[in-house]
Design a protein around this ligand. Sequence first.
Ligand code: MEV
Length: 308
Amino acid sequence: MSQTTNTSTANGKVIVCGEHSVVYGRDALAAALPCGVEARAVRADTSTLSIDGRRLKPDEPAVTALACIAQTLKTPPCAVDVTLRMPVGVGLGASAAMAVAVTRAVATLYERGCDQETLLRAAHLWESEFHGTPSGVDAACAALGGCLLYNRHRGPVATTVGRPLYLAIAVAGPASSTKAMVARVAAIRERDHRQFELALDHLQTIVQSAQRAVASGAHAELGALVDENHRLLVNWQLSTPAIEQACSVARTAGAYGAKLTGAGGGGCVLAVGDAHTQPLIARAWEQLELQTLSVCIDATSSNDPPQG
Ligand code: MEV
């Protein structure tokens, strides 16, 4: 998304493969969405935050998060207005997009330099208010755009998109808590560390193969990997009947593969299609009265992420 003098913006994201395993130091493949969040900041005596016109109470986590950003940037108080241009709380990274857009708005207002590192640090503090141990993948997509291979130790690396990648996304279930889903996976890990490590290794192989499939434009292969990733997330009890139904409807409508995306327990489903099947998948979901989003990820979706 672009940035004007008064309005700062940041993108939402979709995780193609590797959610949750990315929390444990494995890679995730993710892409920025064309939609996201806008933020405007003006000077004020005390810091306030409004989202879509609703003024938040001072003890709400987002207001605490705003204070963390001001602390990181060493800025005086300001009043920030946020406009959401994407679905929220459904695994598409709205919280990180908000963090990045707000940080940019505050930095612009007070003419603070805001390099990538500062932006990601501020976004991390904000995200920590909401879900404890964020891997940083959402913030990296929000800040950098494009298609990324992300690792919490090595950071983001831009990934080549060999052919336009048509993704259909549906909001299959009500909002879920990322914090609760991350805790659910941590409990599974506690029950059997060895089994969990094997699943992480399997997910790492899937993500690396998925990256190669995206780079070479092998979308049928990517679909099979997406299905495999989904089965592992089902084993971690992250799916729901509504997610299963949305995945199955997408496959019947011609998707190469479909999976939950984001934290799970509700939220969104992602289907890999092509120019022909993408609208068919969206229509099939709309018949179930699901909110849908159709995106095309291509080489030009890039927002100059670091090359690697
Ligand atoms: C949330 O979008 C993705 C998770 O992997 C959590 C994280 O990476 O911080 C579930």
